[in-house]
Ligand binder design. Sequence first.
Ligand code: G3P
Length: 215
Amino acid sequence: MKFFIDTANLAQIKEAQDLGVLDGVTTNPSLMAKEGIKGNDNILKHYVDICNITTGDVSAEVIATDFDGMVKEGELLAELHPRIVVKIPMIKDGVKAIKYFTEKGIKTNCTLVFSAGQALLAAKAGATYVSPFVGRLDDVSTDGMDLISDIRIIYDNYAYETQILAASIRHPLHIIQCAKLGADVATCPLSAITALLNHPLTDKGLAQFLADAKK
Ligand code: G3P
């Protein structure tokens, strides 16, 4: 399974890259705002800065919600760097825009996906990635993992190449569950990735080995 980091924070992206396990980055307008990135030029420059840290795909989201606007913004984003993936919301014009970019050979990430039907549409339009938001489904008492499982079955039934990019990951157990269900990618906060490192028996065992090594 690929690990993406879900942040626009350059220090966190670098930390994950230096760990040697990072396969890409996802951002969204909320994550950009959280880092205080304002103004079109600064936002575009920030995407390039992210591309210069990671060696994987970097999702950059359009703000427009109409087809022409999404195409204009997406083309500008795609020109920034060969590894930019145009992130497009799951709405009617978004599906049309995904199809447009697919035919032009530009990678897309269909975001804000909360149902298997939406994921099926994204795959039919040729999205490179589909982003089901598992944590936000959990927030409304619906098991986000059921959606990952349903999408996996549907995509395997028809050999769709769209990659399941599990998003809105909140904790390490989400990552493990997604891996068991066959998600292609999990995009995670740094804290969820580093939490995978921890086990008290590892700490206890290492302390014992180090103590014994001095004997
Ligand atoms: O990848 C989507 C993500 O940024 C949303 O996460 O925690 O706001 O639901 P969250």
